[in-house]
Design a protein around this ligand. Structure first.
Ligand SMILES: NC(=O)c1ccc[n+]([C@@H]2O[C@H](COP(=O)([O-])OP(=O)(O)OC[C@H]3O[C@@H](n4cnc5c(N)ncnc54)[C@H](O)[C@@H]3O)[C@@H](O)[C@H]2O)c1
Length: 252
């Protein structure tokens, strides 16, 4: 039988009736831009206290690939906002190129360091806080390339498959203690990461490949991320959720 959460912050939050994240503390990595920034805005609109971790922008300057930087950033949040209830790992870099290029090893190491090791370091630094009241939430932003592969993006694809695997591992390890871990897999989304692709090429790609026929706006991804941070989302654990306009459902 499942315990009914009627005491402490969880019970109080349920009493809000839907706006259930009110008063909680979140860290969003990559929150200076794109999907991360849209997530910050939605969480703040729901009353969450949000700390942004990014290499750029007005938030805390944290390099998620650097253990000392991550640990110092999380300690600062704990000291100012309080213990972390919600962790959204959205920091990421694109990486790829031909396997035989001289640059390939560097691309591989960079993708794994930021996208995968960065996610692990963030969870490691926050896990004691997340376990504190039995309602911690971890949302890792993977990609449709965590589900399959596109041409020429080996390092990125491997890093995002790793994020999916790590998310499942967290779900199995911590589910019993009330912490959920889920992965959101965006498809093509209009952010800094894809702004380098010429508009015409983006349109052509979307028309040919994406069932809804267009790129996502960052907030269309953020809505799913925020839904997974809700206290009521307590039975969604280890899920790997495409938010891709039907891209991963397509067979031709
Ligand atoms: N845009 C897409 O089409 C798309 C598709 C699938 C998945 N994603 C994933 O979504 C996430 C968000 O990307 P986005 O599209 O919003 O791109 P973006 O470039 O707009 O945002 C990424 C943010 O991560 C930050 N960042 C990068 N390396 C960092 C580091 N070492 N430490 C701290 N911050 C760092 C950047 O400064 C930037 O603000 C990424 O994980 C990306 O892989 C994006």
């Amino acid at each position: 039988m499942q315990p009914t959460p009627t005491t402490g912050s969880e019970g109080a939050a349920w009493a809000h009736g839907g706006v259930d994240v009110h008063g909680r503390v979140a860290i969003v990595t990559g929150g200076a831009s794109g999907i991360g920034r849209a997530t910050v805005e939605l969480l703040e609109a729901r009353g969450v206290s949000v700390a942004v971790f990014d290499r750029t922008g007005a938030g805390l300057r944290v390099d998620v690939a650097d253990p000392a930087s991550v640990d110092a950033g999380v300690a600062e949040v704990r000291g100012t906002l309080g213990p972390v209830d919600i962790l959204v790992n959205a920091a990421g870099v694109a990486a790829g190129g031909p396997l035989t290029d001289d640059a390939y090893l560097g691309e591989w190491e960079r993708a794994l360091a930021v996208n995968l090791t960065g996610t692990m370091l963030m969870v490691r630094a926050c896990i004691d806080d997340l376990l504190r009241n039995g309602s911690g939430r971890i949302v890792n932003v993977a990609s449709t390339e965590g589900l399959g592969a596109s041409r020429g993006t080996g390092p990125y694809t491997v890093s995002k498959h790793g994020v999916v695997g790590f998310t499942r591992s967290l779900a199995v390890d911590y589910g019993r203690q009330g912490v959920t871990a889920n992965a959101v897999c965006p498809g093509a989304t209009l952010t800094g990461m894809t702004a380098v692709i010429p508009e015409e090429a983006r349109d052509t790609y979307a028309r040919r490949n994406v069932p809804v026929g267009r790129y996502a706006r960052p907030e269309e991804i953020a809505h799913m991320i925020v839904a997974l941070t809700a206290i009521e989302a307590s039975y969604v654990n280890g899920a790997v959720i495409p938010v891709d306009g039907g891209l991963s459902a397509k067979a031709d």
